[in-house]
Design a binder for this molecule. Structure first.
Ligand code: NAD
Length: 249
């Protein structure tokens, strides 16, 4: 992987999990990195924290322009902040649908809208959206979450088409179940956390959860000039879940 020397990156949801691993990886590779998150208390140097809720357009605009000012511009946007939701279509009411869509889909749109004027001035502009295997896999008990990630996948393709002639590449990563604080919370809430963890591991042919570092590596590749001919694609980081059969019991 080439390094990111001189590149300037903004990572949303960079205070935890996949975003945090990505922000640190890009910084280790030489990028200057800002994080936009609800809570920046855990964001430590050399990362620059900017607090904003992606559902608040004014706060997003303010944070993105402050980040671009701190970094001296923007080359890379990692649009990663997102939340989960469980259940079938009968389990979540309209308010819940609007709440999760507002974070996972419109939130990414708000950040992209604020970042695009800065990305246009870059000669290595790349956007990487954190999508999910849920966009394409038909997971049970994930109707709302899957719909938001299906939208992120389509948004990735549409943005790639709209901005390719401006030299801005747009791709997404589709993680399987990744071992992050989010999954930790999900397991803590389960009746039998060990059994739930084993079920999640068994769902992936590699027999284990994906690590945040592995997703960060894929995001870094799609953000780097090494993937300069790649736009409008989804890179699965899912332990073979999309393409392979599960392990025999
Ligand atoms: P996480 O909960 O560990 O981190 C998410 C971060 O996003 C947190 O720092 C949180 O504060 C921030 N965030 C949440 N809502 C926000 C808002 N309204 N405004 C600003 N920041 C907000 O979760 P994670 O597992 O690292 O997930 C990151 C992304 O990866 C999400 O988009 C998620 O859908 C996606 N993803 C995760 C998994 C998984 O198994 N962990 C699998 C596929 C996709």
């Amino acid at each position: 992987m080439s390094d990111f020397e001189g590149l300037r990156a903004l990572v949303t949801g960079g205070a935890s999990g996949i975003g945090r691993a990505t922000a640190h990886l890009l910084a280790e590779r030489g990028a200057r990195v800002a994080v936009l998150d609800l809570d920046t208390a855990t964001v430590d140097r050399p990362l620059l924290g900017h607090r904003a809720d992606v559902t608040d357009d004014t706060a997003v605009r303010r944070a993105v322009s402050a980040a671009a000012a701190d970094l001296g511009g923007l080359d890379v946007l990692v649009n990663n902040a997102g939340i989960g939701a469980r259940g079938t279509v009968e389990d979540n009411d309209d308010a819940e649908w609007h709440r999760v869509l507002d974070v996972n889909v419109v939130g990414m749109v708000r950040v992209a809208r604020a970042a695009l004027p800065h990305l246009r001035r870059s000669s290595h502009a790349a956007v990487v959206n954190t999508c999910s295997i849920a966009a394409t896999a038909g997971l049970p008990q994930r109707a709302l979450y899957s719909a938001t990630k299906g939208a992120v996948y389509s948004l990735t393709l549409a943005m790639a088409a709209d901005h390719v002639h401006e030299g801005i590449r747009v791709n997404c990563v589709n993680p399987g179940t990744a071992d992050t604080p989010w999954i930790g919370r999900l397991l803590d809430a389960a009746d039998d956390p060990a059994a739930e963890r084993a079920a999640l591991e068994a769902r992936q042919p590699t027999g284990r959860l994906v690590t945040a570092a592995e997703v960060a590596g894929a995001i870094a590749y799609l953000a780097s000039p090494l993937s300069g001919a790649t736009t409008g694609t989804a890179l699965a980081v899912d332990g073979g879940m999309q393409g392979l059969r599960p392990r025999p019991a």
